[in-house]
Ligand binder design. Structure first.
Ligand SMILES: [Fe+2]
Length: 499
């Protein structure tokens, strides 16, 4: 059922009063319909602007007005209403024309009252199906939102989808999501869609409104409706709804909605649906914060692991950080995406983790390593890969750990891979790692100058190093970009200058 007092609202328009009476009387036999009839089409047009209407029965020719005027006016205010035309002067062209404009049926006068009743019943049934279909689409959108939240860690994409879903539920209006940075702080607008265009509505979307404050304080949704005028001075019912985003009993933000509707405030079904969307948004924000916290903990653990290696070797202190910065400079010049660059940072931080298994006597030996000692040192890529192999989160670091000592001509270790058979992660890190190794002090020698390191890259590109990647770092140095990184301390600079 639909309309006022659960009745369908039907409007009958015919300039012949007796037709209005007969049609009204015939349809009044059932109490399912609330009927308004008009012999004056102008009054019918005015009625359509201010009242909810489910079905319109209109004459086709009424002096200077036509049934098409009524039909177009009805659709502009009630897009899903059913319009049935009546005429005593049928032509095929007329029939085709009004059906094309969206009329549901076309009755030829004189018609049997049964024919009229059947047409009205069929029309309303059709409308009910269309409305159920629209409701189903809302449910599908909600399902898709839930799926997206389960399958994505990108808060931004989830919130865009959630706001789009909320907007499709309310129709004309605007939606904003506001998020608190920390407990009890003022929620900051994260995303707004729709432009209500007046200051009161804009304040509400920004959260500076009593309704928003009440939602934050009470942890309960707040909803209000009032009549306003639109740009054309026509009556609108504006609903404002503020939903607190609650996670573990804490309000972490707000979902604010404004709906402008000509005839009714937000329906209970819409209010329930929006409250589900608000709870999905709250879950997505809470999950995202948990994920970020987890990531930060992982990064701290990785850093602690890397530091444990450097703590044993005063000569390589800071090497990991410098190699990470140099490698990221190369990656940025190669236009690697953000996600890949985040993996690169993890890989660089962990690349020498296998040195944990190399004895101090070898790691800190002031002279050249013997053949046996070199063999032990050369195990560190394999050992490092074995250390992280059981940790899913660290898998992206494996190519950096395992292949950073492979050489382009196949003379490296541990596998002796050559050319593009060496994963690009290993080829890239080898360039940054070697550059820093040349300019840094070692137990058995002083650091060389950057110019010397670049000379080595030029000399061995295509042999030890991937020529393209080596060229990227050479160019960066020639453009002065490595100097701008400020990754070498004054002390080391002194060493470099005297080397
Ligand atoms: Fe290494």
């Amino acid at each position: 059922m639909a309309g006022i007092e659960n009745k369908y609202n039907i409007v009958v328009v015919d300039d012949e009063t007796y037709i209005c009476s007969i049609v009204t009387e015939a349809l009044s036999a059932t109490d399912e319909y609330q009927i308004e009839s008009f012999s004056n089409p102008k009054k019918a047009l005015a009625y359509l602007e201010k009242n909810r209407v489910d079905l319109v029965l209109t004459d086709l020719v009424m002096g200077k007005y036509s049934g098409v005027d009524i039909l177009e006016h009805a659709f502009s205010f009630h897009p899903d209403c059913i319009v049935i035309l009546m005429t005593a002067h049928p032509t095929v062209n007329n029939a085709i024309s009004v059906l094309r404009k969206g009329a549901y049926d076309y009755l030829v006068k004189p018609f049997k009252l049964e024919t009229l009743k059947n047409a009205v019943q069929r029309g309303l049934k059709h409308q009910e199906l269309a409305r159920e279909n629209a409701h189903l689409k809302e449910q599908v959108a909600l399902y898709e939102l839930a799926e997206a939240i389960d399958g994505s860690t990108s808060l931004d994409s989830i919130l865009h989808l959630a706001v789009d879903t909320a907007k499709s539920v309310i129709g004309d209006g605007a939606v904003s999501v506001l998020i608190r940075d920390k407990k009890d702080s003022f929620p900051i607008p994260y995303l707004t869609k729709g432009e209500p265009g007046d200051s009161e509505a804009n304040d509400f979307l920004k959260g500076t409104n009593d309704l928003c404050h009440n939602a934050l304080l009470s942890s309960e949704s707040q909803c209000t409706s009032k009549e306003i005028k639109d740009d054309k001075n026509q009556r609108l019912i504006r609903s404002l709804a503020a939903y607190p985003l609650v996670s573990r009993g804490e309000v972490i933000g707000l979902l604010n909605l404004i709906q402008d509707n000509r005839f009714s405030p937000l329906r209970p079904g819409q209010i329930n649906l929006l409250s589900i969307i608000a709870s999905k948004i709250a879950s997505a924000i809470a999950n995202n914060r948990l994920y970020e916290h987890l990531q930060s903990s992982y990064h701290k653990a990785i850093k602690a692991l890397a530091n444990s290696i450097e703590a044993r070797d005063q000569y390589t202190r800071g090497h990991t950080d410098r190699v990470t910065v140099l490698a990221d400079l190369i990656a940025s010049r190669l236009n690697w995406p953000e996600e890949k660059r985040a993996e690169l940072k993890m890989g660089c931080t962990l690349h020498d983790i296998g040195k944990i298994g190399v004895p101090d006597a070898i790691l800190n030996k002031p002279g050249k390593l013997t053949r046996e000692e070199q063999d032990i040192m050369r195990v560190h890529p394999l050992l490092g890969a074995r250390i992280v192999e059981g940790i899913d989160y660290l898998q992206a670091a494996v190519p950096y750990i395992l292949y950073h000592h492979e050489q382009y001509d196949g003379s490296g270790y541990p596998h002796g891979l050559a050319g593009d058979d060496i994963p690009i992660e290993g080829r890239l890190l080898a360039v940054a790692d070697t550059y820093d190794a040349i300019v840094s002090r070692r137990p058995y020698r002083k650091g060389a100058s950057p110019a010397k390191a670049i000379e080595e890259l030029k000399k061995f590109k295509g042999k030890q190093f991937d020529p393209v990647i080596a060229e990227v770092l050479i160019n960066a140095w020639e453009e002065g970009l490595i100097g701008q990184l400020n990754i070498y301390s004054d002390n080391e600079q002194e060493v470099l200058e005297t080397a």
